[in-house]
Design a protein around this ligand. Structure first.
Ligand code: NCD
Length: 318
């Protein structure tokens, strides 16, 4: 296991497998009445978040606490960053207190890599700009494996929406390729990052602009991405209504997708724009795994913290 979790690219298949398998054991802890194991007693983890977050930050906090670590949350609002302190000074200040791990979310792509070069602590990338979000890809893979009853190998996963601004898609492509899934990315040309054509060829995924055609082919999973309006400076599509007409998982598309594949799984990393990229009927459908993803997020993050911070065995009793 590498010292940090910065990118899915740093994980070979056995490491990826180990993280997912341990997450299964962690999910057993999550289902207990007393959800606490002593594994990380005496360890300190800082969640350093420079961007808003609901599920990622709180699930890292819960994950650390259930493993008995001390977890401290530092957000940019209310920290010395708002007084002009640099990322390097902030990270080194926190590390100097003797923390074991820093979980970082930042709007700059590469921020987690940089911090890993400045401090000794273990660094976990909780989302860096439009680059990567490795624990999201792990929890997505975990959710799909469990929904499919074991493996994503040979399964067809369609990832739909704002590819340009999504760090989730980059991490997912790397993880799903390693696990042997077949991936199609679906988006309007305006939301495809430049160079994606060559990338698709080297990494072996398909590209499509017609969502209805992809849905008719009966994918096993539809992963809807949030339209990241906060990262958009110009007009990437004419109107929200037009986006929904062509790329939203509407009630009609849900019906077609479910008819084309009886075992359809719907995922969304959240937060959802209900009515834009996903209709409420799809978000709340029997096929929706959105809340399973959230639950898996805690188990996967427990697994990550465990693997990075211990070399010993997994103590599962309090
Ligand atoms: C994602 C993120 O922040 O990158 N959300 C998440 O972590 N659950 C995706 C998004 O913001 O759309």
């Amino acid at each position: 296991m590498p010292k940090h979790l910065l990118s899915i690219a740093d994980l070979d298949l056995p490491a990826l497998r180990a993280l997912l398998d341990t997450a299964s054991q962690m999910q057993d802890v999550q289902r207990r009445e007393v959800k606490k194991v002593p594994t990380l007693r005496g360890r300190t983890i800082v969640n350093l978040f420079f961007e808003d977050s609901t599920r990622t930050r709180s699930s890292f906090e819960i994950a650390g606490k259930w493993l008995s670590a001390d977890v401290i949350n530092v957000s940019a609002k209310g920290s010395s960053t708002s007084k002009g302190e640099s990322l390097r000074d902030t990270a080194q200040t926190i590390a100097a207190m003797g923390v074991d791990a820093i979980v970082i979310r930042h709007s700059a792509s590469g921020a987690a890599h940089q911090v890993a070069g400045w401090v000794d602590a273990h660094i976990v990338n909780a989302g860096d700009g439009t680059h990567e979000h490795p624990t999201q890809a792990l929890l997505d893979a975990y959710t799909m494996e469990h929904a499919f009853g074991g493996s994503v190998e040979g399964r067809h996963v369609a990832i739909v929406g704002d590819l340009t601004h999504s760090r989730v898609v980059r991490s997912n492509l790397l993880a799903l390729a390693k696990l042997g899934a077949r991936v199609t990315l679906v988006a309007p040309h305006t939301l495809m990052p430049s160079g994606i054509g060559e990338w698709a060829q080297t990494d072996g995924f398909a590209l499509a602009t017609d969502l209805d055609e992809v849905i008719a082919s009966g994918p096993d999973a539809l992963m809807m991405l949030r339209v990241q309006r906060e990262r958009m400076s110009g007009g990437f599509f004419p109107t929200p209504r037009e986006y929904t007409v062509h790329y939203g998982l509407t009630r009609d598309r849900l019906a077609t997708a479910a008819a084309a594949n009886a075992d359809l799984v719907i995922c969304h990393p959240g937060p959802m724009n209900r009515g834009l990229e996903i209709a409420p009927e799809a978000a709340d459908a029997a096929q929706s795994r959105v809340l399973d993803q959230v639950a898996a997020g805690v188990a996967v993050r427990m697994s990550v913290l465990y693997h990075l911070l211990t070399t010993g065995g997994l103590e599962m009793t309090a």
